[in-house]
Design a protein around this ligand. Structure first.
Ligand code: F6P
Length: 459
């Protein structure tokens, strides 16, 4: 193996550059050339395959900064359709013409699915990333619990899961994924900030976090001490919700509720999904969880509840919603993400160099610490070959308190106790550098563009 390719697919995370840097450093040691493919799978679908040589003379190009969020290579949600054999053959041919002997895809469950058709053509390894923390398994036999149902479209299926089993934290495949810790850090901080304004104005704040179908980010926001956390995996029961909100209001006159964007009602319908659309990878984009929850509270409590005791002028005025949005996916990654992202990038290179195929680099929890390991990509697929997201285990959540369970707390503290480094704290001071006022933002895209090469169709 002389030359490997690397691409960053799906939604970005703050730790992607750290993964790329870890991969390039390890490749330098092994004397492997690394070509970065621009904009994820979209770069491979482009006949010119725009790419950048990331380590000329086995030295890393200076643009790769592990403290900078996003990806120097750019990201996209395009993917290679497994049924489109012609396109797959074209992609394989392009990679062969670039003399790429192995490919690292930095991504999540969607990327692993997208990588499968390429596995028959060249060695491939997934280096994990996702803020949703839904790549992997709660326990090894989890893929067997998925059930598939047919739909009106013969090519589309609906999947759901049987109830999961108890498990030890050591059983988890891929304990935590780079990107998650930073997303939780930003979200928990936002909750702390919104708290004090809700407190003084006697309001109910509903704060929506990302995570798609997985409540991991919402669970982690417990560090910001919201009064209630609603996760995707536990359906919203309006009676229990209202009862808890009223009891909180009675005591402290305000409430802070964190909701995961994918929350569902007791019939399993996504709350606020009325306007949901799909991204190119076919994922539903969730839009209105917080608003839907507000509507339940406004309808159930009514104006009188707020006006009677002079709590506020109306239910609508008393309840406000905020989305943390893409702030939780951008900016400087915190130490946990940077460190393990670069380790996993290096591990992915080792796996390719050692001849592994369709493999996933993983972070495992063992004897009170973390180790790097790997699993066969096939292990994450169900009996029909589909890779599913990892749901937040119900054992991590206490639905009576709307808070992490004892086990959930143990899971979180394992990740977060030393997740922030002194440099993360110090970096906050750089916001008020006077230079920020006088120097425009210099996008890394400008310098990367100068390095992009293209595969000539006739080469
Ligand atoms: O998968 C990562 C994620 O941030 C989800 O949590 C969220 O639902 C989605 O991507 C948002 O996607 P987009 O960046 O396309 O709006």
């Amino acid at each position: 193996m002389k030359r490997i390719g690397i691409l960053t697919a799906g939604g970005d995370t703050p730790a992607l550059n750290a993964t790329i840097l870890g991969a390039v450093h390890r490749a330098n040691q092994l004397r492997l050339e690394v070509y970065g493919i621009i904009k994820g799978f979209s770069g491979l679908l482009n006949p010119e395959v725009p790419h950048v040589h990331l380590n000329p003379l086995f030295t890393c190009i200076p643009e790769i900064d592990p403290t900078h969020g996003g990806s120097v290579l750019g990201a996209s949600r395009d993917y290679v359709d497994g049924d489109d054999k012609e396109t797959i053959a074209q992609v394989a041919d392009r990679l062969a013409r670039l003399k790429i002997d192995g490919l690292i895809c930095v991504g999540g469950d969607g990327t692993l699915n997208g990588m499968q058709p390429l596995c028959d053509y060249l060695p491939t390894v997934l280096a994990p990333k996702t803020i949703d923390n839904d790549l992997g398994l709660n326990y090894p036999d989890e893929p067997t619990e998925w059930v598939r149902e047919t739909t009106d479209n013969p090519k589309k299926f609906r999947y759901h899961r049987k109830l999961g089993r108890e498990f030890e934290l050591e059983e988890m495949i891929n304990f935590a994924t780079p990107g998650y810790a930073t997303a939780v850090y930003v979200s928990a901080q936002s909750i702390q900030r919104i708290r004090t304004t809700a407190e003084s104005h006697r309001r109910i704040a509903i704060i929506e976090v990302m995570g798609r179908d997985c409540g991991m980010i919402a669970l982690g926001t417990a560090y910001g001490q919201p009064d209630m956390i609603l996760i995707t995996e536990h359906p919203v029961d309006p009676d229990a919700l209202v009862e808890r909100v009223v009891s909180i209001l009675d005591v402290q006159k305000h409430a802070v509720i964190c909701v995961s964007e994918g929350i569902r009602d007791t019939q399993g319908r996504i709350l606020g999904a009325v306007t949901a659309s799909k991204d190119p990878a076919g994922n539903l984009q969730y839009t209105g969880a917080a608003e839907a929850l507000k509507k339940i509270l406004v309808d159930r409590l009514g104006d009188a509840f707020f006006t009677h005791k002079r709590r506020n002028e109306s239910a609508d005025a008393a309840i406000f919603v905020r989305k943390i949005g893409h702030t939780q996916r951008g900016g400087r990654p915190i130490l946990f993400d940077r460190f393990y992202a670069s380790q996993l990038g290096g591990k992915a290179v080792d796996l390719l160099a050692q001849g592994y195929q369709n493999c996933v680099a993983t972070l495992q929890y063992r004897d009170g610490g973390f180790i790097l390991d790997s699993v066969d990509g096939n292990m994450l697929r169900d009996r029909w070959g589909e890779v599913h997201y990892r749901p937040l285990s119900p054992t991590f959540y206490d639905p009576k308190r709307f808070m992490p369970s004892v086990k959930g707390v143990r899971y979180l503290e394992t990740i977060f106790t030393n997740a922030l480094g002194p440099d993360d704290v110090e970096s906050i001071r750089s916001l008020f550098n006077t230079g920020n006022l006088t120097h425009p933002y210099l996008s890394v895209n400008v310098d990367i563009n100068k390095r992009i090469k293209r595969l000539q169709e006739d080469a």
